[in-house]
Design a protein around this ligand. Structure first.
Ligand SMILES: O=C(O)[C@H](O)[C@@H](O)[C@H](O)[C@H](O)COP(=O)(O)O
Length: 260
């Protein structure tokens, strides 16, 4: 397992713009190599900031949007169209402005969907959708995601996997219902770490001084149950995309030799 790579940018705006350019290139490279690309989106300020930066990126349409499969790492379990849903925010930031194939946009179920208010049933349905999409190159249960994005919470959570809670301890299922989330809303649906670790590349996004302790905790060797971001790694690469404020607590030996 290769060590995580860090890239530190001047501030959160530049981090979002650079991450957007990096994602555009990664998608275009995957599509050139395999004819399609599969990306897992994340919610939160950094995740949505990246999508907004993609929307205005000069190279945006180097992506063949019609051959891009989009999934989510987690979702707030709310009614369809709720402004707090990650899918709603992603559509506003980018998705409604690019020619995606709707059949390739896999939003997690809403709380007023076919599973009603049963987040565990919604999680099971999303796991089945992932398994149906898993082809050659993927694990038995999820597609071979090219890039899986994760915002990192100040408590080191990623997706809706929170320190010490049941979701981060899950080792069999790929998607779980989350109840009692410390970050509102309390009910969510989330990929688990086994699903995260099936991705070729995992990119962790952290900007702002409120993330500095979490970044230091995780990169200093914390256990994944205590610090879920510590369990987020790709089969080919794990990349931390930071700004200087979020990297401020890192000792010199953990910092990249040259700031980006
Ligand atoms: O549903 C969510 O809220 C996100 O998926 C969550 O995992 C988010 O990525 C982190 O909490 C970081 O959020 P910020 O970037 O806003 O700090």
């Amino acid at each position: 397992m290769s060590a995580p790579r860090l890239v530190v940018h001047r501030d959160k705006e530049l981090m979002a713009q650079a991450a957007a350019a990096r994602l555009i290139t990664a998608i275009a490279d995957a599509q050139a190599a395999r004819g399609k690309a599969s990306v897992v989106l994340t919610g939160g300020r950094n995740g949505n900031g990246l999508l907004a930066a993609m929307a205005s990126a000069p190279a945006r349409d180097a992506v063949d949007w019609s051959r891009l499969d989009l999934w989510w790492g987690d979702e707030r379990f709310l009614p369809e169209g709720d402004p707090e849903r990650n899918a709603t925010q992603a559509r506003e930031a980018l998705l409604d402005g690019v020619p995606l194939d709707p059949a390739r946009v896999h939003a997690m179920p809403a709380s007023d969907g076919p599973h009603g208010a049963d987040a565990d049933a919604a999680a099971g349905a999303y796991a089945a959708e992932l398994a149906a999409a898993a082809g050659p190159g993927g694990s038995a249960a999820v597609p071979a995601f090219d890039v899986l994005l994760l915002g990192v919470g100040p408590d080191t959570h990623v997706a809706s996997l929170f320190p010490g809670l049941a979701g981060v301890r899950e080792r069999e299922r790929t998607v779980v219902g989350v109840h009692g989330s410390p970050k509102p809303p309390p009910t969510r649906v989330s990929l688990t770490l086994p699903a995260v670790r099936a991705a070729r590349e995992v990119w962790l996004l952290a900007a702002g001084e409120d993330k500095a302790e979490a970044v230091w905790t995780v990169l200093s060797g914390a256990d994944e149950v205590d610090a879920p971001a510590a369990g987020a790694r790709g089969t080919e690469r794990t990349l931390w995309l930071l700004d200087e404020a979020a990297a401020a607590r890192l000792p010199a030996d953990l910092l990249p030799s040259h700031p980006a």
